[in-house]
Design a protein around this ligand. Structure first.
Ligand SMILES: *[C@@H]1O[C@H](CO)[C@@H](O)[C@H](O)[C@H]1NC(C)=O
Ligand SMILES: *[C@@H]1O[C@H](CO)[C@@H](O)[C@H](O)[C@H]1NC(C)=O
Ligand SMILES: *[C@@H]1O[C@H](CO)[C@@H](O)[C@H](O)[C@H]1NC(C)=O
Length: 361
């Protein structure tokens, strides 16, 4: 009898233990996932990082676009408060690197090569890094069975490095200023690389036939220096945040910086509406696909610009959210350390080309 009771209570304590660990650990994990993007997460990620006894060494094999940044001092800690993360670019450190990062552009252009002749240390991971859409990623067929990780804007990459994201503001609730003051143009577009076969060029032409569209950039010989970009866009009701490539989750600074930071309502063309909804608040953008025709889109824009109340509602999100841009390669690389411990023990991209082109629209 007594033995049975002991057994029962032992079972009960074991159950209790698991339930408690589950209840304690799960929220912590969820919290850390959820906090990851927020500045407040710094202490938390520092804490979880500090549980590690050694530094993770990230070796960047060459700088993207041949433009180096300073790696003086403990960069990841000093700039991003990410601890135990050693970011280096000296190839002599290859044998001690935990992760070696290769930027795709230089590989496909033939400007850089993988060090396939060097013996890869046990446990070392090779990372493929790219911010380009698949159409500009080249033929990746030769990189089958080479990489262990991907670093790109997609959510399902091992390390997701978006062009931007929204972070909750610490204090919310400033009143909206008059968002339509100073507006001079209905719709603006900045385009340098104009190709008539791009989907965006077709939509632009049709839209321009319905409503006036101001076009800046090299194509119309009205280049905008970066210092004038946001100021110019701020004078437009709408900004055509049209991606040069229509590809799943490919949402660039055209949305985050040009439109959102410029203070114009983005009209977006790129991945499907659902991809935008996953990263941007409702009623903060207008998707081209929401209209039966470009002509109807044009009419909608015209009506909206004349309806101050409804137009202003497109800025409600700014009371709660602020834009965070990612522009520094070091920030993207330091991020590897935050996720290093949760990377799969063993992973090989046996068909990188298929992965990159998966589910593309
Ligand atoms: C980790 O890296 C930091 C910064 O580079 C360095 O100061 C520290 O000595 C390193 N710690 C270990 C255990 O290697
Ligand atoms: C855009 O529309 C304006 C006004 O109708 C017209 O003058 C201009 O040529 C159009 N631009 C293009 C590139 O079609
Ligand atoms: C990385 O990929 C290589 C090459 O396919 C493989 O031999 C190695 O086991 C992988 N390492 C990890 C940590 O996944």
């Amino acid at each position: 009898m007594g033995g049975n009771n002991t057994k029962k209570s032992a079972v009960r304590s074991v159950k209790k233990f698991f339930l408690l660990s589950f209840l304690c650990v799960l929220p912590l994990c969820l919290l850390s996932e959820w906090l990851r993007g927020f500045p407040a997460a710094i202490h938390f990620s520092t804490f979880s990082n500090n549980c590690r006894s050694r530094n993770v060494t990230i070796l960047l094999w060459y700088w993207p676009f041949n433009r180096p940044y300073s790696l003086q001092g403990d960069v990841c800690w000093n700039l991003y408060r990410i601890a135990h993360c050693r970011l280096v670019d000296q190839r002599s450190l290859f044998s001690s690197a935990d992760v070696v990062v290769f930027h795709n552009k230089e590989l496909i252009m033939g400007r850089q090569k993988l060090p396939l002749d060097l013996p890869r240390p046990q446990g070392q991971r090779w990372a493929w890094m790219s911010l380009e859409a698949p159409a500009y990623s080249g033929n990746l067929g030769r990189y089958a069975n080479v990489f262990n990780m991907t670093i790109t804007y997609r959510k399902d990459a091992d390390i997701t490095v978006p062009y931007g994201e929204l972070l909750l503001k610490e204090a919310k609730g400033q009143l909206l200023e008059d968002v339509s003051v100073n507006k001079e143009s209905l719709a603006c577009w900045v385009v340098s690389n104009y190709r008539s076969q791009h989907k965006r060029s077709q939509v632009y032409k049709e839209l321009n036939a319905t409503v006036p569209v101001e076009v800046y950039g090299r194509w119309t010989k009205k280049p905008l220096p970066s210092s004038a970009l946001l100021r110019t866009i701020s004078r437009c009701y709408f900004y055509l945040a049209f991606e040069n490539s229509v590809a799943r989750e490919y949402i660039t600074e055209k949305l985050w910086r040009n439109a959102y930071q410029g203070g114009a309502v983005p009209v977006v063309l790129g991945p499907p509406l659902s991809d935008y909804k996953a990263v941007a608040p409702p009623n903060s953008f207008i998707h081209v696909d929401e209209f039966a025709s470009v002509n109807e889109l044009g009419k909608y824009l015209q009506q909206l610009a004349q309806d101050k109340k409804r137009y202003t509602e497109y800025f409600t999100w700014t009371q709660k959210w602020k834009v965070k841009l990612y522009t520094d390669w070091r920030e993207r690389l330091c991020k590897i350390c935050l996720q290093y411990n949760t990377l799969p023990q063993q992973k090989v991209y046996s068909d990188l080309n298929a992965w990159v082109n998966a589910n593309n629209t």
